[in-house]
Write a protein that binds this ligand. Structure first.
Ligand code: HAM
Length: 435
């Protein structure tokens, strides 16, 4: 019996042997996560980690019963006590649950939290969509000012640019407050009603359950019909309009390239006012790399304090795939700094103690004890991208020297054994400075 990976998920591996899905290589993920964490620190965000499952009701209440996520895509299971649990489809609701439960409002008047972790959605299988995918998300809680929206959008844009994604663009819209959204929804339904039969099956359903989502349908006929639909922007009331104008002005000050996309409504129900997504204009990623918006009533709706908030999340798979599509130059793969090849028992004992000392000094090294032929061992060391190899035989032991060979150049040097440690430490410093 053989077992295979479930559909819609993937392995992150040390090396992609097919050469076709390099985004799955773990060193790229590690580099990305390191950059994400350091950028978060620059913008003043602190890390939060919540469980991968929560009560089902949390997501139903926050994301919305009529959204695709809640109505079709959640991984729901009953635990042994018969409680309904769900693998988190996104991070915002979880962070808000934790914020309330840990009384975080007492800590300060403003809070900046970020998270990295897997999310789960049972999506139809297609490029760039996975059933387990990784998000990096940032949530700023406590500030209603448009400056906070602008700072968050700047963070999103700058982060993607710093990672190396090119041709980025922010798509921006405002979906106003509840009152104007109600009026707009009615106007939209009135406009779409005569076209109902021409709409795609999906949009016909959405017209009944969640009419705003008809606007972001990708179906060409739907798009043709919605082209003439009323714009939510002309329904904004004065406060929401002023807020939106201020956000746009700040983005111009910050030189963030953005376009107004009046169709952008987002697929989760908790948003109000500013909504945005980040895309690659050159089509390096078919879908958006990330998105978010303001959600001023979510905490209160969960029984928490009445605090405004704004946040976003990016998909790590999509970022890595966009980088590869744009031929981004990732840093070279690094193998062990030193690969020791002892020949015989006495050499092995010596190599072991040297290995231990070097590792305690943070030098990555390995030792062979396969007993294979020297040629095969050297091929293995090469395959592992070792920088130096050192063969320790009887002669080296007798003469108390180490012969160190640089794999790339084939150059060899001899070092007195009692100076080996010192020598490797200074060698490593030179190599650490290389790009
Ligand atoms: P979202 O737009 O549903 O927003 O997801 C954000 C990002 O997660 C997407 O732009 C995409 O990069 C990635 N993503 C979503 N679904 C998949 C999938 N099936 N496969 C691969 N990547 C995917 C949210 O989740 C909100 N919680 C964002 C937010 C945070 N809003 C406020 N704060």
């Amino acid at each position: 019996m053989t077992y295979s990976i479930p559909k819609g998920v993937y392995d992150i591996l040390p090396e992609d042997l097919s050469g076709k899905e390099l985004w799955k290589e773990s060193r790229r993920w590690q580099a990305l996560k390191t950059l994400l964490r350091s950028s978060a620190e620059t913008y003043g965000f602190e890390e939060i980690s919540t469980p991968v499952f929560e009560t089902t009701a949390l997501f139903q209440r926050t994301i919305g019963e009529n959204t695709d996520i809640v109505s079709k895509e959640m991984y729901i299971f009953e635990d042994k006590a018969g409680r309904s649990m769900t693998l988190r489809p996104e991070g915002t609701a979880c962070v808000m649950r934790s914020f309330i439960e840990n009384h975080y409002q007492q800590r300060a008047y403003a809070h900046k939290l970020f998270y990295i972790g897997p999310m789960f959605r049972y999506e139809r299988r297609q490029a760039g969509r996975y059933r387990q995918f990784y998000q990096f998300g940032a949530e700023a809680i406590g500030q209603a000012a448009p400056e906070q929206d602008a700072e968050m959008i700047d963070f999103l844009y700058t982060l993607c640019a710093r990672i190396g994604v090119k041709n980025l663009q922010i798509r921006l819209n405002s979906i106003g407050d509840a009152d104007c959204r109600r009026l707009f929804k009615q106007a939209l339904v009135d406009y779409l009603a005569p076209f109902k039969k021409e709409l795609s099956e999906e949009s016909q359903k959405r017209l009944e359950t969640n009419p705003l989502r008809v606007l972001d349908s990708k179906n060409p006929k739907d798009r043709e019909i919605t082209e003439g639909a009323p714009s939510i922007l002309s329904f904004l009331q004065s406060e929401a309009r002023e807020h939106f104008e201020a956000v746009k002005n700040y983005l111009e000050t910050l030189k963030i390239p953005f376009v107004i996309d009046r169709r952008l409504v987002r697929g989760l129900d908790y948003y109000n006012r500013t909504v945005f997504e980040i895309v690659c204009e050159d089509g390096a990623s078919r879908d958006s790399l990330g998105g978010g918006g303001r959600y001023d009533h979510l905490l209160e709706c969960l029984g928490g304090p009445n605090l405004p908030a704004v946040g976003w999340a990016v998909g790590l798979e999509r970022i890595l795939q966009a980088l590869l599509a744009q031929n981004h130059r990732f840093s070279k793969k690094r193998g062990p700094f030193l690969f020791l090849i002892p020949l015989g028992e006495e050499s092995t004992a010596y190599a072991f103690s040297l290995l231990k000392k070097l590792r305690l000094n943070d030098i990555s090294c390995e030792m062979d004890y396969s007993g294979k032929k020297l040629k095969q061992i050297l091929q293995y060391a090469h395959r592992r991208d070792a920088i130096f190899v050192s063969v320790i035989g009887d002669l080296e032991l007798k003469e108390r020297t180490l012969k160190i060979k640089e794999m790339a150049s084939g150059k060899e040097i001899s070092v007195p054994a009692n100076e080996a440690e010192k020598h490797f430490l200074s060698l490593k410093q030179c190599y650490d400075h290389l790009p």
